[in-house]
Design a binder for this molecule. Structure first.
Ligand code: GLU
Length: 289
């Protein structure tokens, strides 16, 4: 079976040099290994994703000379797949609803921090500080029936106990040079959100379900997602899904050493193209042979 690679952008802005690097690296590796290359549109966040950004993704990638298989998987069209996975977690007793608003969570964190630093996840966000896991079941049922929004969270301690020790083989490099056998540390993320009342999935859940459904065997993506792999390995184990190979790549930084953002025009593919850059120039700017 040929290896299967994928590039999975979110249509919440225009692609920049960093995306071009990731997409072209996937395509180069697929070509080298006689593999397939898929494009997936990660558009579950309906508040930030827009059709014009999706159209621009297709245009910019085609301009770069990237060819992908059709049909493209668009996450917004597959709620039923994510719901099925979520039901599995519920059946295992590993999810619970939490009802605090963002402001209430921030207040709880501030309260905790009066006693010392509150733990943060690898992205720097405070871990969930609430006690919704301990709500009595009648209170929980009453809140679910009310019109209060809620998040469905993974009970991380129970999930880790269920799954046991996990790891992955890193074929690229993590942010601190991690490579080879890496021990997964999903606990570092706390009780992550798997879905919300109005969105039946989350980044972590849909990426894991989709990589398995699409038969992705090699995940090539930026180092900013390196530690997310800990959560992905945990979800894969609990759902009985195969483990792809992982290869995290360097990030392209701006002149000040910051990660590129979709709003930094200087490195946007559209701006570079309008300024006269060719696809070969983009490869060179991204440091690709
Ligand atoms: N959609 C994610 C992003 O645009 C990438 C997900 C992945 O490659 O796992 O950052």
């Amino acid at each position: 079976m040929p290896p299967v690679f994928r590039f999975a952008p979110s249509p919440n802005g225009y692609l920049h040099l960093g995306h071009a690097f990731s997409a072209l690296l996937n395509v180069d590796l697929a070509r080298q290994d006689g593999g397939r290359f898929l494009l997936r549109i990660e558009d579950i966040d309906t508040t930030r994703c827009r059709p014009e950004f999706e159209t621009a993704i297709y245009q910019d990638l085609a301009w770069l000379g990237v060819a992908w298989e059709r049909p493209v998987r668009r996450q917004s069209e597959h709620a039923a797949d994510y719901r099925k996975a979520l039901e599995k977690f519920s059946a295992l007793g590993l999810v619970y609803p939490s009802f605090e608003s963002r402001a209430e969570i921030a207040k709880l964190v501030a309260q905790r921090e009066t006693h010392g630093p509150w733990p943060r996840d690898p992205d720097g966000a405070p871990l969930y500080p609430g006690a919704a896991k301990l709500l009595p079941s009648d209170e929980r049922a009453r809140l679910i029936e009310s019109d209060i929004p809620y998040a469905l969270r993974l009970d991380m301690a129970a999930a880790c106990a269920h799954a046991g020790e996990l790891g992955w083989t890193e074929h690229g490099e993590g942010p601190d040079g991690e490579t080879g056998a890496v021990l997964a540390r999903p606990q570092a993320w706390g009780d992550v959100i798997l879905a919300r009342k109005e969105t039946p999935t989350s980044y972590h859940l849909s990426v894991v379900v989709d990589d398995a459904l699409q038969g992705v065997t090699v995940v090539v993506r930026g180092q900013d997602l390196f530690w997310s792999t800990s959560v992905h390995r945990l979800l894969q184990k609990l759902l009985g899904l195969p483990q792809p190979a992982y290869r995290h790549h360097r990030l392209i930084l701006d002149g000040a050493g910051r990660k590129l953002s979709k709003s930094t025009e200087a490195t946007g593919l559209r701006e570079l193209r309008a300024g006269g850059a060719t696809p070969a120039d983009i490869r060179r700017l991204a440091g690709l042979p």
